[in-house]
Write a protein that binds this ligand. Sequence first.
Ligand code: 5RP
Length: 218
Amino acid sequence: MTQDEMKQAVAQEALNYVVKDTIIGVGTGSTANFFIDSLATIKDEIKGAVASSVATADRLKSYGIKVYDLNEVDEISVYIDGADESDKNFNLIKGGGGALTREKIVAAVSKQFVCIADESKIVKTLGEFDLPVEVIPMASNYVKNKIISTIGGSPSVRKNFVTDNGNLILDIKGLKIHNPKSTEKTLDSIVGTVTNGLFANRCADIVLLGTESGVKRL
Ligand code: 5RP
């Protein structure tokens, strides 16, 4: 099975977690795109969706799925999104696609967070994947230096990339994140940081994993 086939299988399985007649949250990335393609087949069973990026909103709309602004919505039943890494406690690194801030907001509002990923995303210790941090452009150098002096690693500005919020991304290489909750909070406390790609204080509730032997629920 290819990685894309595993992503597709897990995206299809996630339809079982869609709550009928509600507004759901939809993530960003290639696995989330497969999920949107599957969601289109049951689009009449939901009221609509809140998107975690402009790209996701465009894809949902292309299927005729109603996209709500988050400020119009009081409750999201379930958030379905991919991840760059997950540990065994469902702490995640996200933001490879640069949508981490909106993803974190939608996850915070949602009653349940179902993470969909292929088996390559499971790691013992988070940090093999560069940890993204969204920063206000004028603060990027300050935040970079502060990261080095507080948690270490080698942060660098993602080239030719601006987030949907008009900000920059610092990708931090070389971390071994043994305490994701506290690292997430430490990064959040640096002035000029918008958010970081650790989803530990609001981690996933369920991880659906696409593997060679089928989809597993962790
Ligand atoms: C985007 C994300 C994605 O969920 C993450 O990058 C995984 O992407 P993919 O499903 O393409 O492997 O956090 O900001």
